[in-house]
Structure formats: structure tokens, C-alpha cells
Design a protein around this ligand. Sequence first.
Ligand SMILES: *Cc1c(COP(=O)(O)O)cnc(C)c1O
Length: 295
Amino acid sequence: MLDFDFYSPEEEITLPFYEAHGVRVFVKRDDLIHPYISGNKWRKLKYPLQQARKEKKTLLVTFGGAWSNHLLATACAGAKFGFRTYGFVRGEAVDNPVLKLCRLFGMELHFVERECYKNKEALFSTYFAGSDEAYFIDEGGYGLLAAQGCSEITDELDRVYDHCFCACGTGTTLAGLAKGMHARQWKTVAHGVPVLKGGHFILEEMAKLGVTDTDCINLHVDYHFGGYAKTKPELIKFVQGFTRQTAILIEPTYTGKLFYALHDLIEQKKIARGSTVLVIHSGGLTGLLGMLDRF
Ligand SMILES: *Cc1c(COP(=O)(O)O)cnc(C)c1O
């Protein structure tokens, strides 16, 4: 079996702001799991890769945008666990540091028109029809096996929290968290911060992953800052201040929006005094490579 052991401590963040509002905030350091198979991507790949190995597949085929943390994670995981990797990249051919890293880890990249890119199953069957080597992994790692990997976060926790926060791209991580908490009959509220505009779609994606009971789920759809990978000066300023005060590096695309949302909700007194909060640091720090000009 593939060795997926890792280190992800749970640390308290002691900021005067949290203290002043009587809220204790902890962070699950999934960013420390691996520099390139980062954060939730490690958890999301665990079971799909084991399944691929079981089926004797040798080629991982997946999908992502030009700055995708998932593409990079798959490229590195392929190199680590002995799979070849193939990535369909959305849009016209470009180059950037993340794609360079993907290639360094041995991933073959294939750029596809936005229209074509939409139908991933069709792309897969066009290029890999009849291949008994290729294993399909959806964009962002989305899927049931991936959610199962994310649900294991709840196995590792030292305490039961009142609130748990994560950033949402496909909703797989939030679905996994909700499943893990439900299985343990915790009353923790699972908060998701969609980083794309129109984040309500996350609930549909989670329903497809078997999370239909949304009583304990709270989506905060107004912290996208204009859309995926969009930023505003106040977000950049927040990321700078947070990183400086906590020594925990975050980036504007996912974890910056996540911690910003928590800060804002505390300020608005939507998180009651006396509450404990866990924030999942889902990693993805290579995203900073595309944003350095904003700092
Ligand atoms: C991919 C990614 C997410 C999105 O996770 P989903 O499970 O797709 O919702 C969140 N944070 C970071 C840092 C990511 O790279």
C-alpha cells in the first residue's frame, strides 16, 4: 500500500483580536503536510491513488486551470508514488511557475479550449479510449473517494469545536468534514467560504457527494472578492497583517479569503463569545507565485 503518513498539528492562534472577542481559534496545519501535494490535495488524492494502484493503472489523468494546486499536487504525487501523469489545462497555451513545476515532476500537459474543457469525461474518453493504463481524476480532485480522505481530518482532532471553517473550491473538503462530524454526532457547525462567485453551487456539489443534511452547514458566499483568484487591496493588506502577526503564511486565493471571512464574522459578532473555532489551513501556498506583483 502507498504510504500516506504525514504531520499536521493543531495549533492555537493567539491574536489580540481573537482574545478581545473571547473566541479561541485553532488552525489545522494541513499546509505542513507537503510543499507541493499540499493541504487538502494530499487527503483528496489518498484513496483515488490507492484505487488506481489496485486497478493496476499507471497513468493519472486529471484537469485544472493554469494555476491549479490540484494539477501540481497530482504531478508531484505521481512522481512520489510511481505513476505517470497527464494534465488537461484549461485555455490557450501559457507558461507560469506552477506549470513549470508540474513539468518538472514529469507531468505531460495538454492545453484545451474552454468549450472542450467543460466536458471532462468526453475529453478523457477521446484521448484515452481503450487505455487500460489511464485513471480518471476529476478537476480539483472532486469526488467521493476524495471526500472520504477529507473526512479523516475529524479522526485527528484533539477536541470537539463549536465551529470549523474551510475554504471551498469544489466543496469536497467541506463535504468530507461534514461527513466526519456527522459520523461522530458532533454539533460542530461546518462553515465553508467559497472562493468563487455564486458559491451556492457548493451545496449541490456536496449533495452529489452524499451530504444532504445541511442543518449544520453554513456557507459564506460573500467573501470571493470578485471571483476565483481575484483580489482587492483590503484582502492583500489582510494577508500581510495576518502573516506578520502569526508567522503562518496564507495566500489570497484560498486561505486569505478564509481567514478574512472568519475575522469579519467575529467582528460582526456572528461567532459568539466563548466559542472555539478550528480553521483548516488547506495549503496551496504556491498560489503566491502568481500574485507576487500584488504585494
Ligand atoms: C484546492 C484547494 C481548496 C479547495 O478545496 P475543495 O475541496 O475543492 O473545496 C481549498 N484550499 C486550497 C489551498 C486549495 O488548494
